[in-house]
Design a binder for this molecule. Structure first.
Ligand SMILES: Cc1cc2nc3c(=O)[nH]c(=O)nc-3n(C[C@H](O)[C@H](O)[C@H](O)COP(=O)(O)OP(=O)(O)OC[C@H]3O[C@@H](n4cnc5c(N)ncnc54)[C@H](O)[C@@H]3O)c2cc1C
Length: 470
């Protein structure tokens, strides 16, 4: 059997996504820094300008500003992005759900890992979402980024799904997981309120315009560099190699020149194995294509109501976009379905310039029979797109120093001051910003010769030293 080849750089003609292409002012940072000369030196080069890369910069600056760490000179942070800002991958192409999972999969995680690890899986998501919402509210961004609160309803289509979720809920309750906001809904309640003849349960959740959220986070970080840091972003600047420079520096090589730096962060998610080839294959990060569409309901929002949804064990997820009038027919963002329809589940597919016809068919056919009379089975979506997720065997990301993934690799030392946070599968909005916080803390602790303190909410299994890949 041939070893799996590393990921390629992202494709250059992606499908058009609602979040990027439906509004001319959605992406003000699209080509930020693409013409500016690259600095010759930096303290840290962050590769990838998604929520992880921007999140690491945000947290570094916040930690320096609040006095948690001090540096001897202004700390220079450079973000390098292969394409336009948030253009290519998840954040500009995802489903928009900011849903901290409340308890699903608890029993499985408890059996596979242990009770504490299972609990931390949910605590990390609660921490990350609460922090993001706090930042959004404190800065008055809610309207700008279309923050919608209203709960997420999981439809239970079969007895088996209902039984599994009840088991998860019982085990989670016994383990004293915080289950505030979880509400079970009978078939009659769901039918009366929303018109779908199935039982379900509600979890706390938000929806956002993901690209606008990451734009705000970058702009905030840039405006708050103060006297302790500097920050620049260079889009359309793919990193093609990271090599060892002199002493303890790295040379980050791009199509527009090289930067010498003392630390590197890989925030490249599905594409991590392009620069870290030992992450190719089933034990590393598997590029996996996801598909989403924007389709119009045939009745007003007054008959749809605002909550967000998922069903079929979470493999299809959808929510209506906010509207200005009650009678306006909302645009529904719906994604998923690859698990049930696409051969090979779209695993190892890293090309988002195309959609998959079978996944598209399943998504088109999903809503009309569930909510009878509210969706026209013959209507065509207004937009349909794909994006590439980074799957791992365990479904959880790798977080920490890259060197710790390796044991016998002769180049291990090359990776000592390189960090990674990547591999969130289809559920990254609720985890990436928290994992970025961990990376920022690790870097500043290392620079200040302080001991890194593990946050209470971080699952042990995310850490690179618990996740050797060779
Ligand atoms: C179709 C789809 C639907 C999804 N729906 C949801 C959802 O509703 N809720 C949810 O929580 N999660 C969802 N996700 C997952 C979520 O979007 C991701 O987990 C999250 O965006 C990951 O963020 P990131 O910053 O780590 O990676 P990304 O957003 O992928 O950013 C990585 C960046 O690195 C850049 N890059 C890669 N290689 C290089 C290189 N060599 N040089 C320079 N730059 C490089 C890329 O261009 C990219 O911009 C979805 C994902 C997809 C694809």
């Amino acid at each position: 059997m041939h070893p799996t080849p590393p990921a390629k750089l992202p494709s250059c003609n992606p499908t058009r996504s609602f979040w990027i292409d439906s509004s001319p002012d959605a992406n003000p940072l699209a080509d930020e820094g693409s013409q500016d000369p690259l600095p010759s030196e930096a303290d840290v080069c962050i590769i990838g300008a998604g929520i992880t890369g921007v999140g690491v910069a945000y947290h570094l600056i916040e930690l320096l500003n609040d006095g948690s760490f001090s540096v001897t000179h202004p700390f220079s942070i450079v973000i390098l992005e292969a394409r336009d800002f948030c253009q290519m991958l998840f954040i500009g192409r995802n489903g928009g759900h900011l849903t901290p999972t409340a308890f699903p999969k608890f029993a499985q995680r408890q059996a596979l890992f242990n009770t504490l690890e299972a609990i931390k899986s949910y605590e990390l998501e609660q921490y990350t979402v609460s922090l993001l919402v706090k930042i959004i509210e404190e800065n008055g961004w809610a309207t700008d980024i279309d923050l919608v609160e209203g709960g997420h309803i999981n439809i239970l289509f079969t007895e088996k799904e209902a039984k599994n979720k009840c088991k998860d809920f019982d085990m989670a309750r016994q383990a004293q997981l915080n289950l505030d906001g979880v509400e079970w809904l009978s078939k009659e309640e769901v039918e009366e309120e929303y018109g779908a003849p199935y039982s379900g349960f509600r979890e706390p959740e938000y929806n956002v315009w993901p690209l606008k959220l990451v734009t705000k986070l970058y702009q905030y970080a840039r405006a708050h560099t103060g006297k302790y840091a500097s920050l620049s972003l260079h889009t359309r600047t793919p990193v093609t190699a990271v090599t060892h420079g002199t002493a303890s520096t790295y040379t980050v090589v791009t199509n527009r020149g090289s930067i010498s730096c003392s630390r590197v962060v890989h925030a490249t998610n599905a594409y991590a194995s392009y620069l870290l080839p030992f992450l190719a294959g089933p034990d590393g990060i598997i590029p996996t294509r996801g598909q989403v569409m924007a389709t119009r309901a045939s009745v007003g929002i007054d008959q749809i109501r605002i909550p967000s949804w998922s069903g079929k064990e979470g493999f299809v997820y959808w929510f209506p976009r906010p509207v200005t009038q009650d009678t306006e027919k909302p645009l529904i963002i719906i994604g998923g379905s690859r698990d049930a329809t696409a051969p090979s589940y779209e695993l190892y597919v890293d090309d988002d310039s195309e959609t998959h016809p079978l996944v598209g068919k399943a998504l088109r056919e999903f809503l009309p029979p569930v909510f009878e009379g509210k969706y026209d089975p013959d209507s065509e979506p207004e937009m349909e797109w794909t994006g590439i997720m980074g799957y791992t065997k365990m479904g959880d990301p790798f977080v920490g120093p890259v060197a710790d993934l390796l044991v016998a690799n002769p180049d291990r030392d090359l990776y000592k001051k390189q960090y990674i946070a990547a591999g969130y599968a289809s559920h990254g909005m609720t985890r990436a910003f928290g994992c970025a916080d961990v990376i920022a803390q690790m870097i500043l602790a290392e620079i200040s010769n302080k001991e890194w303190k593990e946050p209470d909410w971080l699952p042990q299994r995310y850490l690179t030293w618990n996740r050797r890949v060779e």
